[in-house]
Every structure is written in C-alpha cells, then in structure tokens.
Design a protein around this ligand. Sequence first.
Ligand code: NAP
Length: 296
Amino acid sequence: MPAKLLKGADVAKEIRAELKTEVENLQAQHGVVPGLVTILVGENPASQSYVRGKQKTAHELGFYSIQDNQPADLSEEKLLQLVDQYNKDPKIHGILVQLPLPKHINENRVLLAIDPSKDVDAFHPVNVGKLLIGEPDYLPCTPAGIQELLIRSGTEISGAEVVVVGRSNIVGKPIAAMLMQKAKSANATVTVCHTRTKDVKFHTTRADILIVAAGVKEYVTGDMIKPGAVVIDVGVNDVGVTADGKRILKGDVAFEAAAEIASAITPVPGGVGPMTITMLMKNTVRACKVHNNIKD
Ligand code: NAP
C-alpha cells in the first residue's frame, strides 16, 4: 500500500491534548469551564453511539457536559422550549441537537432556535452565512476536521484542484465553501459533484484532493482517482455488526484499490470521524471564550 494513511484518530488526539491544556488554563486563569449539552430525541442506535462519543470526549477534556435524552414522541414545541432553556443557561456555551430528528419535528425550526453564539455545530443560517462570506465564528465540525487534517498532514491546498463528491449542507457545501475562500489554508479550485453530474469520473480523476461524502459504500473505485491524489473519505456506511455488537463500517471509497493509487488516504473508521468530534470540542471552547469575553 503506497499511500500514506491520514490517521484522523492520531491527529485528533494531538488536538485534544492542546484543548485539554486550554480548558485547564481557562479554569485556572478565568474560573470558567466550557459547557456542552447534547440533546438526543429518540433511540436511533447510530445517533446514540455518536452522542456517547461526544459526551465521552467532553468528559475527558474536563467540560461541564449534559446528555439530555428525550423520548421519540417529544413534541416540537417541547424541544423548542428545551433549546430556549439552554440558550439562557450561562453554564452552557454549546448546544448540539443530534440529527436526524423524528419526522414529526421540523429540523430547520429547531436549528433556527439555537442561539447562533451557542451553535457549535455551525448549522444556523447566521453561521452558514458568515462562513460563506469568509468571516466565520464557528466552522462546521466535519469540514473543519477535514481542513485541519489536510493542514496537519502538510497537504498543499492553495492552488490545488479539489473535487468534492456530495453537496449536503453538513459536508459537501461547507467544505467546498471553506476551501475556495481567499484565505490561509484555502485558495483551492473547487468542483462539486452530485447525482446529476454527467460524468463524475471525469472530475474525480482531475482531483489533487478528492473529498468523498456521498453516503454510498465504496462508490469511488481506484480508476476514479488521479495517481498521487490525497483522498479524504467522509463516508460511514454500516455493513453489519461484530459478534460483540460493534458496528462494522465501510467508507465511500474502495480503500484497498484507492490506497494503491493515492499518495495519502483516510481510513474508515479512524479518519474523518474522530476529527469531527474534536472540532465540536474546539468550537465549544471557543464559544466559552466568546461568552466570557476572553480573547484567543
Ligand atoms: P447526504 O446528505 O446523503 O448527501 C449525499 C450527497 O452525495 C448528496 O449531495 C448526493 O447528491 C451525493 N451523491 C449520492 N450518491 C451519489 C452518486 N452516486 N454520485 C454523485 N453524488 C452522489 O450525506 P452527508 O450527510 O453529506 O453524508 C455523506 C456521508 O458522510 C455519509 O456516509 C455519512 O454517514 C458520512 N458522514 C460522516 C461524518 C464523519 O464525521 N465521519 C460526518 C457527516 C457525514 P444529490 O444532492 O444530488 O442527492
């Protein structure tokens, strides 16, 4: 396997160590502790597992953290009241509502109700708009994790041909917007592919940096990759469970074949996933500073 493995899990560990020191300093010098609430409605097993991961990391970093589990039949009105309660809670700096929400709840209404200064997922239209004009307060966690992974692996982003497969609001669109900015660690030429793209392979084989967030198991095959490209596989596809109940995951890229052609590639699991959680923690530390008028 000639490709270098971009181990997000290792990079995430490094960043978490930096954050832990920052949290200790915030407490020692300013008497404040970052506070994060994760709200989970219902019992979707994948969501439960994501939320557990976020809470575990928050505890490890010394945050004040609340896991607020609500029943699947919680009304939209009750959820909005809950969000409002945390908007007003001075000990909480970051509010995360785990998606997807049950069908009877309008996700957009709920996301709009979160105070943008506590929106550590950066899904609120105010934060999306600020990102687009190049003045973000918070970066969305998965795209921020991807960019950080590229930076820390020494990948040249400026001037690179970047191809993103997928145009969702949480991955494809924001990572495209971030990497095309006239800014440090950006300045790429970005192409975005989706289900109406006529010839996806035409684009992917031109990519110096290929970011795949399609949600289709092993969609990108070896022949779709330019030799020497850096491949970021965002996909997380459940393909079964182990005898001891652990999820078996595959990415959106056919890993073995891709690793023969790319110069660097993220594994699944252990690539983008751990970076996403870490960026959530980074945003929460930032939110704590914003709410306490503490400069970086
Ligand atoms: P999504 O909302 O389902 O969006 C998928 C996007 O991919 C859509 O824009 C879709 O195009 C495009 N697409 C699907 N099939 C395609 C195909 N055959 N050719 C070209 N484009 C195609 O997914 P998402 O929320 O962005 O997530 C994508 C994947 O990343 C999922 O596996 C998800 O679990 C994973 N994920 C991982 C993390 C992490 O932290 N590791 C975080 C978020 C998501 P259309 O717009 O035309 O439908």
